[in-house]
Design a protein around this ligand. Structure first.
Ligand SMILES: *Cc1c(COP(=O)(O)O)cnc(C)c1O
Length: 217
């Protein structure tokens, strides 16, 4: 599939939901993809990308920025506190704020660096033990905690369980965001971004549908 097919499908999904496509950000998830594929999407003019790992992002994006100018980089993978400084210097948004210790670390570094990326709290909507994120029942309290630290919290993020209907998880995330007055909803991937748009996604994270399958081999 191509970038223009994805943006076409986004426009259709937005229209069906009575929403403006201008309220949607497409994050092209470039993790693990060969640089040629990433460069091809940059050549098409796209400038918003997502990476899972700080190390991998640090290895590729400074060079792409040299060539292509400003890039909006979103970190969407679990973040260790010892990588937080590097993450903040690289990225415009972090989607995986998931625990108090990370929040206090980001607040300290934010004072020191004088800026902080936009933050999304990851919510473990499926309450899966192996998955990061705060539990839905703990989300309101964590939102309050993050706000008390004066961090730039913009929204919530989720990754639904693989074998469940994602719409239930998207609806739950939207409900938690709404009652907390949060406008940002990072939800929807290659297989379900249209359903996420129908339920209010503002940031969709699409990898393989743009770049092709990831080769971890
Ligand atoms: C890899 C990844 C994506 C993209 O997944 P695709 O199915 O390739 O679109 C989105 N979000 C997160 C958190 C990811 O790790």
């Amino acid at each position: 599939m191509s970038l223009s097919e994805i943006t076409g499908r986004m426009a259709k999904a937005a229209a069906n939901a009575g929403r403006s496509v201008d309220d949607l950000k497409l994050i092209a998830v470039s993790k693990v993809q060969p640089n040629e594929r990433v460069a091809a999407v940059l050549d098409e003019g796209h400038r918003t990308f997502g990476e899972n790992k700080v190390q991998e992002a640090a290895g590729k994006w400074p060079a792409f920025r040299e060539t292509y100018g400003d890039i909006n980089l979103h970190l969407i993978g679990p973040l260790q506190t010892n990588k937080a400084r590097q993450a903040m210097q690289l990225a415009q948004a972090i989607h995986t704020l998931d625990r108090p210790k990370l929040a206090t670390t980001l607040a300290r570094l934010s004072d020191e660096l004088g800026s902080c990326p936009d933050l999304f709290i990851q919510v473990n909507t499926g309450e899966e033990p192996q998955k990061s994120g705060v539990l839905p029942a703990e989300a309101d309290a964590f939102v309050a905690e993050v706000r008390a630290l004066d961090l730039p919290l913009v929204g919530l993020m989720c990754i639904p369980p693989v074998n469940e209907e994602p719409s239930l998880h998207f609806a739950l995330l939207a409900k938690i965001a709404e009652r907390n007055g949060l406008a940002g909803l990072s939800m929807g991937m290659s297989g379900d971004f249209e359903r996420a748009i129908a339920l209010g996604a503002t940031h969709i994270r699409v990898g393989s549908a743009i770049f092709g399958e990831r080769d971890y081999g």
